[in-house]
Design a binder for this molecule. Sequence first.
Ligand SMILES: Cc1cc2nc3c(=O)[nH]c(=O)nc-3n(C[C@H](O)[C@H](O)[C@H](O)COP(=O)(O)O)c2cc1C
Length: 376
Amino acid sequence: MVHQEAMPLLTPTKLGQFELSHRVVLAPLTRCRSYRNVPQPHAAVYYSQRATKGGLLIAEATGVSATAQGYPDTPGIWTQEQVEAWKPIVDAVHRKGGIFFCQIWHVGRVSTNEFQPDGQAPISSTDKQISLNPELGIACSKPRRLLTEEIPGIVDDFRRAARNAVEAGFDGVEIHGAHGYLLEQFMKDSANDRTDEYGGSLENRCRFAVEVVDAIVHEVGAHRVGIRLSPFVDFMDCVDSDPMALGNYMIQQLNKHEGFLYCHMVEARMAIVDGRRHIPHRLLPFRKAFNGTFIAAGGYDKEEGNKAVAEGYTDLVAYGRLFLANPDLPKRFLLDASLNKYERSTFYTQDPVVGYTDYPFLPEDKSNNDQSPAHA
Ligand SMILES: Cc1cc2nc3c(=O)[nH]c(=O)nc-3n(C[C@H](O)[C@H](O)[C@H](O)COP(=O)(O)O)c2cc1C
């Protein structure tokens, strides 16, 4: 008999108080199907399809306030109606034994007047406009630079959103500090041209993000809080001249909170080396410096994920597009099964089924297939 070693991605581990049965995480994925910013019942189908006993799911970016949106029909968590609408979705994931975190965000200047209350200008660290949201292919509006005295109010929106997420039943929150949205617009020096205490030095540029972290930790406890950061990514015109220093500074701030749960980092864009995708693997110093659980994301397949876990590069690996298209991804990894291909044209469309809950499970998986909605 051939003895098969357990696949590194499918070995158990702990995430603070949570017992994980494997390390394949659902990355946060904006899906634009929460009409009028209210999560819908079809999200319960979608997330429970991807839930496994002891598996970690991170919900799509969820707005902290009425000014937080820049994409059509993204969910919010600032009204009671939204909190109530999340509850059955969270329940559906918990019934399958999943651990469910809510990613909370504010898009800042990655928005247009149409997404804003009363057609106002989107808010940001700056009044510098970015030309295009490449995900949607639409132009962004000119933002309005936040006044210094307005910033505590935005921090408070994040705090309240975290409280609401816990009330909705989520196991915790992930602060969206990546990809050129509001927190990064403050953190990175290409986007922050402020002259007050929120601009200039690294410490000043990180002040807003650190205040958000501190407020949320104080509100719901460090054991329920993670953050997503992308120091090397240059998305939405947010670039930093010294990403190592930025990442290190943020890790130091997170480590000040005993038990801060996780740091989730996105790698830079893939390079192609010898005709093969190549993950730059520049996150190791951050992983080593951080006291909590580390999650890496960005371009991983099964092989790269196993390697990253086996080599101690990361504790967990978050999968975006592969998990979007393969609701039973951990099982496919286990069985070395082939994968469904993702359909980019339906990433951000509003259909409650197509490109959302209709990606097939492995045929023999009766129990999961029964979860799928009946549709032609
Ligand atoms: C359709 C789509 C929506 C996304 N939405 C979010 C989001 O809401 N929050 C976030 O932090 N990242 C978001 N991302 C980035 C993913 O979480 C992930 O980091 C990225 O897809 C790279 O991982 P992958 O190569 O495994 O897909 C999104 C990506 C896609 C394809």
